[in-house]
Structures are given as structure tokens and as C-alpha cells.
Design a protein. Structure first.
Length: 464
């Protein structure tokens, strides 16, 4: 929900589309009225996304409508000029296939996360932490560390929300602790997601595009640690002393919760093996995992029905398909709109122009660092998709650099990542844009240090 860089992302848009296949088409329509209208539609759609809460229109609607109009105009223009819209259709199908792979990956991941939440896995974790009687300082570091370690597997928003429940539960009445701990959560969750192919949509996109292999992302571990630790250390000096009052109550994981967690781990293993050694897309492994989850769900359903029958009560049963129905469909369709809009602008020729201006004139290191800062204003997904479509001539170290900067750059502002936006809603005024902005200088130090460490490691350790 950031609109200034919306414009930058717009002007940073052109594809690596060549003319031999629909996957690589550049119609060179940037100076044509169709090109300007398409760019305007994308800007207007993203402005609507930014003001989603004020205009009460789900963020998926404007970008999906803009995508439909952009591709419709491209098809009309190319069909009218050449009498054949085959290249446009092929370009759209290629873009849609890229989205479909991401879509099915996310649907399965969201289903697992929702299933673990329904079985009480996250509530049990929250309960354990709140009952231990940790000090404010200990809770600050524990929640940050857990966010850093969980976000490579869960998405950063889910991780941040789970940990924020702990902070709000134990820090009630201590506004300073809640503010600092929330900022720490955002930075840790975003940094943790940067060093795993599963940690963020952007890392998944880089992996899917074969710009980096699964184990290559682990080279970002230490830069990500530095990105989190530097602001965390600085903020820790401002933490209040003492410890919160201990919380009562104990939450247990429901039957099947541990099995679902283990099946999720197996699903990740299948996905990695399928991608790295069998050459299959990541969606193959995730959908295999969905089949395994259905088997676990059948066992949970059988036990619940058997127990309900013994108690003489009616039981609705346990179904994975009901859990899938509760997925973040607005978010999933928003991703489609973004993919389609950026893909359309790429076919018009904007990304090739942006690639020349950014990566040709500034050089990859400066351009990648700037794109990371841009991601604190605009969502990192269109930025990463635009860079992949630009396909600038970069080595593996530079592709990992844009992965790092796009992942952690959003921490600079509270609106720069899904985790920050979600926590502003959860904290109800105790964590705000301005409270985050007061510590942006510390976060920026971590951002610069993580880039410097990555570049040094690439040159000194990996020969990049």
C-alpha cells in the first residue's frame, strides 16, 4: 500500500520479450497512446490499492480490472495492426503460467499455515512464551529470533502476527515495549524471509525463474542476520526494564497438529528434491504435499467423528477443503493482477526501457540497492517481477543482492511490507507509521551493512 513508488515501478517496466516466442515479445508501444493509457491504468489501479481502507474496495479488484484492460488493448492493437494476435496470446499464456505456479504454491502453503492455526499450534506457542515469566528484554530477543527463524518457512505476515499476539499479551500497558518489539518483529520477519526460497514471494519468484538455486539463498543468511541484529541491538538500549506479570492458562495442540507440522516439513523436502534434482516446478512438490495433508485430514476427520458419535453429539467433520476456502483469496487474486499488469507493461516495452536506464546507467549494485529502498514504498512483488522481466545481465551474486534488498528494504517503513501493515492493524495504535519512522535510521544502518556484507562475501568467499 505504497503509492509513490507505484509510479517508479511503472516507469521501471519493460520486458525481455523478444519476437521469437510469446514468452519474449516487445511490441515497442511505449510512445503509442496504448502504452500511455496502459501505464495510466496501472498507476490508477495502484493508487486505489493504496487507499483500499478508505474507499472500501478490495485490493484485488482494481489491479485485476487494470490487467484486463491492458491486455485487451494490447490484443486489440496487435490484432488490428497485424491481423493476428497470436503473439499477444502466447505472451499472456506465458505470464499466466508463471502466475499459476506461484498461485498453487501459495494456496498449499496458506492451507498448511491455516491448518496449523486451526489445530492450535500457534496458540500453544504463544501460551508457552507468556507463561515463562521472561523479562521485557528477553521477550524482545526471543520474539525477534523466533520471527527470524519461522519466516523462512511461514510467510512473514503470519510469523509477525503470531509473535505479535505474544507481545500484546505480555506487554499490555507498556507502550514503549510494544512499539519497539513490533518494529523488531517486522525487521526480523522480513530479514528471515530473505534467506530461504520459501521465505517470501520474491525469493520464490527468483527460484522459479532459475536465477538462483535453492541452496544459493543460504548465502544470504549472514547478511540477513546483520540486517536484523544491528537495529535490534540499537533498539534494545531503549527497552524498559523489569518483567511483565505472568499469564495464566495453558493451550494444548489439538489432535493431528503435530502430524500436520511434520507433513509440512516433508512437503518442503519433496518440493526441494523435485525442483533441484528432478527439474520439476515448485508447485509439483507443494501439490504432492497437499495430497499428503488430505490423508492426514482424513485421519483427523475419522477420529473426530468417532469421538462425536461416542459422545452422542453431531460433528461437522474435518475437511481440508473448508480450510482452503478460508485462504486469502483477495491476496492471491491481487498477485494475479500485479503479474498481469507488469507483464502487460513489459510486452508494451516499459521494462526494457527501465532496464537500460537503471541497470545500464547506474550499474547493478546501485540499481539493486535503489530497488530495495523503493520496495519500502511500493510492494516488493511488482518490483521483483519487473526486475525478472527486465532480466538485466547480472551474475548470481547480483541476483541474490536484489533478492536481499527487495526482501528487507520493506522494513524501512511500516507500510513497506505485509508484516508491517498487518501489525499496525493488530496493535491498534500502539505501533504506528510515525513510531516506526523514528527508528528507520537504525534499520537503514542494518540495510547498508547487509548489502556491504553480501558484496564482501560474494567477492571474498564465493568469487562473485
Amino acid at each position: 500500500m505504497r503509492w509513490f513508488a507505484t509510479l517508479a515501478a511503472m516507469f521501471a517496466c519493460t520486458p525481455v520479450f523478444a519476437a521469437e516466442s510469446g514468452a519474449d515479445v516487445n511490441f515497442h508501444l511505449v510512445p503509442h497512446p496504448v502504452g500511455w493509457i496502459a501505464l495510466t491504468l496501472f498507476v490508477l489501479a495502484y493508487v486505489a490499492v493504496i487507499f483500499e481502507e478508505r474507499i472500501h474496495i478490495a485490493k484485488s479488484k482494481p489491479v485485476m480490472l487494470a490487467a484486463a484492460l491492458i491486455w485487451g488493448m494490447i490484443a486489440w492493437k496487435t490484432g488490428a495492426a497485424a491481423g493476428d494476435a497470436t503473439l499477444t496470446r502466447q505472451a499472456f499464456e506465458t505470464m499466466f503460467l508463471e502466475y499459476a505456479e506461484i498461485f498453487f504454491f501459495l494456496v498449499v502453503a496458506m492451507t498448511y499455515v491455516t491448518a496449523m492455526g486451526e489445530r492450535g499450534v500457534f496458540e500453544a506457542l504463544r501460551s508457552q512464551l507468556t507463561r515463562r515469566g521472561f523479562s521485557y528484554r528477553s521477550l524482545f530477543w526471543i520474539t525477534g529470533l523466533l520471527a527470524f527463524l519461522l519466516s523462512p518457512v511461514l510467510d512473514n505476515m503470519t510469523t509477525a502476527l503470531v509473535m505479535s499476539a505474544v507481545i500484546l499479551a505480555v506487554g499490555a500497558g507498556n507502550a514503549r515495549f510494544i512499539t519497539l518489539a513490533m518494529i523488531n518483529l517486522v525487521v526480523a520477519a522480513n530479514a528471515g524471509g530473505a534467506w530461504s526460497a520459501f521465505g517470501d514471494i520474491t525469493t520464490l519468484m527468483v527460484w522459479q525463474a532459475n536465477k538462483a538455486q535453492f541452496f544459493d539463498f543460504f548465502r544470504l543468511f549472514f547478511p540477513a542476520v546483520v540486517n536484523w541484529l544491528i537495529p535490534a541491538l540499537i533498539m534494545s538500549f531503549a527497552l524498559p526494564g523489569g518483567r511483565p506479570a505472568g499469564a495464566n492458562g495453558h493451550s494444548r495442540i489439538k489432535h493431528g497438529g503435530i502430524s500436520i507440522c511434520l507433513t509440512f516439513a516433508l512437503t518442503i523436502a519433496i518440493t526441494v528434491v523435485g525442483r533441484q534434482w528432478l527439474g520439476m516446478p515448485a508447485a509439483y512438490g507443494m501439490l504432492t504435499g497437499l495430497a499428503l495433508l488430505n490423508l492426514v485430514a482424513s485421519r483427523i476427520d475419522y477420529r473426530q467423528r468417532h469421538y462425536a458419535l461416542a459422545q452422542g453429539v453431531e460433528e461437522q467433520g474435518y475437511s481440508i477443503f473448508r480450510i482452503i476456502a478460508n485462504a486469502e483469496w483477495d491476496t492471491l487474486l491481487f498477485f494475479y493482477g500485479v503479474f498481469a499488469c507488469v507483464g502487460g507493461l513489459a510486452a508494451l516495452g516499459y521494462l526494457e526501457l527501465a532496464s537500460h536506464e537503471l541497470y545500464g546507467n547506474l550499474g547493478p549494485t546501485t540499481a539493486n540497492a535503489a530497488m530495495g529502498v523503493l520496495s519500502s514504498v511500493v510492494d516488493n512483488i511488482p518490483i521483483m517481477f519487473a526486475v525478472i522481466k527486465m532480466n538485466p545481465p547480472m551474475d548470481g551474486a547480483q541476483w541474490l543482492l536484489i533478492t536481499l534488498t527487495a526482501g528487507v528494504g520493506g522494513s524501512l517503513l511500516s507500510v513497506g511490507s505485509a508484516a508491517g501493515v498487518a501489525l499496525m492493524g493488530a496493535a491498534r495504535g500502539q505501533y504506528t507509521f510515525m513510531s516506526h519512522l523514528r527508528w528507520s535510521w537504525a534499520i537503514a544502518l542494518g540495510y547498508v551493512a547487509s548489502i556491504a556484507l553480501h558484496l564482501w562475501m560474494a567477492a571474498a568467499l564465493f568469487g562473485g
